[in-house]
Design a protein around this ligand. Structure first.
Ligand SMILES: Cc1cn([C@H]2C[C@H](O)[C@@H](COP(=O)(O)OP(=O)(O)OP(=O)(O)O)O2)c(=O)[nH]c1=O
Length: 218
């Protein structure tokens, strides 16, 4: 026999299922393993589509302008290839008093960057762009995390660059990896420093009515 309360939960279950089916596809326009791992922490199911943007940093732009523009270009590039989805693009760079620092070109460049950052303060900026397709509504925001680095002795610097960790990271270090040992102080969002400010991303998705409780959990 099927009791009324059981019928109620079957009906409820059916509507829950309907909601999952009609939910908009969420896409991360990035192949960065850090961004993928961070977005998973928010509990969403999402697809990964790589962008094909060449990351160019103009000489006269501010760090905020660069990360916002690149985040937009990444999200927009992928938005042009999909239907009915919410697309997230992001970009991270390091800003030191000597200027904007992206990823190192080679080991020599990584050494030069780390020598510059050693025993001084810098900021990490991440820009995030979320586009709702097909309405084309978009949100653009950025966040800053301030870092103070310890002095990095020459032999430690040499061993670190040889480890390969700096090579695909803005500022030539990974705060979430071995590079953590060089950090004296961090002020602001840790996830922002690693490549995706989770609080900000959640806030932006909520503005599109894409709430956490609606999402399918892993
Ligand atoms: C400062 C810092 C940066 N990073 C990483 C985050 C980003 O992946 C990278 C900055 O490069 P980005 O150009 O922002 O991103 P990406 O090329 O890795 O990935 P995609 O464009 O496909 O999204 O540096 C760390 O992992 N740890 C750190 O401490």
């Amino acid at each position: 026999m099927v009791y009324p309360s059981t019928i109620g939960s079957i009906v409820e279950g059916f509507f829950c299922h309907m909601e999952v089916i009609t939910k908009k596809r969420l896409i991360l326009a990035s192949t960065s393993p850090r961004r993928i791992a961070l977005l998973k922490l928010l509990g969403y199911r999402f697809d990964i589509i790589p962008h094909s943007i060449d990351e160019y940093i103009p000489d006269d732009a501010t760090p905020e302008e660069v990360v916002l523009n690149l985040a937009f270009m990444k999200a927009h590039d992928v938005a042009g290839r999909v239907e009915d989805a919410i697309i997230i693009g992001a970009d991270t760079l390091v800003y030191h008093k000597k200027g904007i620092i992206g990823k190192p070109k080679d080991i020599r460049d990584a050494k030069k960057i780390l020598s510059l950052l050693s025993n001084s303060a810098h900021s990490i900026f991440t820009g995030v762009c979320i586009i709702d397709k097909p309405s084309q509504k978009k949100l653009l925001r950025n966040e800053r995390t301030q870092i103070t680095m310890k002095h990095i002795p020459e032999e430690e610097l040499e061993a670190y660059v040889q480890s390969g960790e700096p090579m695909d990271k803005a500022g030539a270090y990974a705060i979430q990896g071995e590079g953590e040992k060089f950090i004296k102080q961090i002020t602001g969002s840790y996830s922002n420093a690693v490549g995706l400010p989770l609080g900000l991303v959640q806030e932006m998705l909520n503005k599109f009515n894409y709430h956490n409780e609606d999402a399918e959990k892993f």
